[in-house]
Design a protein around this ligand. Structure first.
Ligand code: GCO
Length: 524
């Protein structure tokens, strides 16, 4: 794979999110987010916590797990530290270890990206750094930090791709009106988005309003294993009582409307002077029918509708997928005509976070149950990695991540055909290794499987563009560094760079770093 396999101007980058990368959760006058609260409650997020106990032994790693991502390094700006990027920071962090490595004056993470030959960096802004209480007057220290990151990227010739919301909602908005469950959030999100467009939009040309709203709705409000951890069937001990049959749909609805309003604000106030683009990053697997039987083909379609169509249909057609309307019935909120109008054309590009694929089979019992029970979000299908005893692809470290390179090509073709060839950017793609005490460092650095993964997914992506005519203009690797993986904590490693959690978070290049550097070399 090389740049020659992609059209001129195709953008390569790495992706990250504030909560998974920044650390320094108490610094720079940052307010609490729902993830700070979620990782700090007694017992923590139990399922992930149990996994962590099994796979980590080092005491500092354990400490890190107990405190959430506070030992993950904030992105170092040209060898500067978080502290020096934020001059008036009182540095009252609980662990204070978020930037040890930066303090040693190694090359900053921005330099690492440049060495890789990347054109862009996708990161998210932490809402509670900009508005510690969710609303009101912006916190200058937060603005200064993101300014220094953006400027450092531009100084090295890399484009910032900025996500406004990657799950870390200010806790205050959760306390005040239950966050995404309330329509009140639309106005507060607009205010936050407006503030970011105004502060950074002279330099930021690609905005991603939301990251993976499908995942947020399901994990946060159905299964309850991610913040704010609501569910109705007790999926684990610490789950907060919610109502899974309606809340995921309500949350998704309010997110869609918040996006539409923010997008309108951008177009009204900033588009002309700033000339940027607005997108949303949607997570979606590819769902392959397990057989050619009509009912399985229809089931696979329903699986896609309930994941990708849930968001993309409203954003492109101004309504939810027909299958969702039929199955979810009255539980699915309705868009007024005015809302539909606001939604349609509110995207300049579609961000796709894609990692894996599964087979789908129809389930007649389940689908009947779906309608009668009023409680499911699974589209009445069975999803499985197995067909005739054969796995769809090899498993990575995460149990949900099967390596299925052809899936990305089918997905791109599906989007092209269903939504009239829209502009797409792959905003995340990558795979993880286990962070196991039994893996030696030299083994961990030889990530041939990751190289193969990216090489195969990129070839399929290239074919989707070249042979199938899909309009894809960028590809972001998840992720630059090993980092904190939500309810899996530090048990898996997604980075091109290895992080030594025991030695000041030192970054060590894995084999995939030189592979990418070679592939992305501009002069051949
Ligand atoms: C997201 C994803 C990332 C994950 C990555 C690997 O919200 O974009 O959940 O944050 O770390 O997808 O699972």
């Amino acid at each position: 794979i090389s740049r020659d396999d992609f059209p001129n101007g195709f953008v390569f980058g790495t992706a990250s999110s504030a909560y998974q990368f920044e650390g320094a959760v108490d610094e720079g006058r940052k307010g609490l987010s729902i993830w700070d609260t979620f990782t700090r409650r007694p017992g923590k997020n139990l399922p992930g916590y149990l996994i962590r106990l099994q796979t980590t032994i080092a005491s500092d790693a354990f400490l890190a797990l107990c405190n959430g991502p506070t030992t993950c390094c904030s992105v170092c700006v040209q060898g500067e530290s978080w502290i020096s990027a934020m001059p008036t920071s009182p540095s009252t962090s609980t662990t204070g270890s978020s930037d040890l490595r930066c303090l040693q004056n190694g090359p900053g993470d921005v330099d690492l990206m440049k060495e890789l030959g990347m054109d862009a960096y996708r990161f998210s802004i932490s809402w509670s750094r900009i508005f510690p209480n969710g609303t009101g007057e912006p916190n200058q220290e937060g603005i200064d930090y993101y300014n220094s990151l953006i400027n450092a990227l531009l100084a090295k010739g890399m484009q910032p791709f900025v996500t406004l919301f990657h799950w870390d909602l200010p806790q205050e908005l959760e306390d005040r009106y239950e966050g995404w469950l309330s329509t009140q959030i639309i106005e507060d999100f607009e205010h936050y988005a407006y503030t970011c467009f105004k502060a950074f939009g002279d330099r930021v040309k690609h905005w991603i309003t939301f990251n993976e709203p499908h995942n947020l709705a399901i994990q946060g409000y159905d299964i309850g294993i991610q913040a704010p951890g609501r569910c109705s069937i007790l999926s684990h001990l610490l789950c907060k009582k919610g109502n899974s049959s309606v809340e995921p749909y309500l949350v998704a609805h309010n997110i869609l409307l918040s996006h539409a309003v923010a997008s309108q604000t951008y177009r009204l106030h900033f588009q002309e002077s700033q000339g940027g683009f607005i997108g949303m990053a949607l997570d979606t697997k590819w769902y392959e029918p397990i057989s050619e039987a009509e009912e399985d083909v229809a089931a696979a379609q329903r699986a896609i509708d309930f994941e990708l169509g849930w968001f993309l249909d409203p954003l492109i057609f101004g309504r939810y997928p027909h299958s969702m309307q039929r199955l979810v019935g009255k539980r699915l909120p309705i868009f007024t005509q005015e809302m539909s109008k606001l939604l349609v054309n509110s995207l300049d590009f579609i961000g796709i976070n894609h990692y894996t694929s599964l087979y789908v089979r129809n389930d007649r019992m389940k689908i009947r149950k779906f309608i009668l029970d009023d409680a499911s979000t699974d589209a009445g299908v069975i999803k499985t990695p197995l067909r005739d005893g054969q796995m769809i692809g090899e498993m990575a470290a995460s149990r949900w991540l099967y390596i299925v390179p052809w899936g990305i090509r089918k997905l791109m073709r599906y989007i092209r055909e269903t939504y009239a060839n829209p502009k797409i950017i792959i905003t995340e793609n990558g795979m993880d290794d286990l962070n196991s005490p039994f893996t030696t460092l030299s083994r961990a650095l030889k990530d041939e499987k990751r190289i193969q993964y990216h090489s195969d997914y990129l070839s399929n992506l290239s074919a989707a563009i070249r042979e199938d005519g899909c309009d894809v203009s960028g590809y972001f690797v998840w992720s630059l560094l090993d980092n904190w993986e939500w309810n899996s904590g530090y048990t898996v490693r997604f980075g091109l760079y290895y992080i030594d959690y025991k030695k000041n978070l030192t970054r060590i290049p894995k084999a995939s770093v030189s592979w990418f550097r070679d592939a992305l070399q501009k002069e051949k």
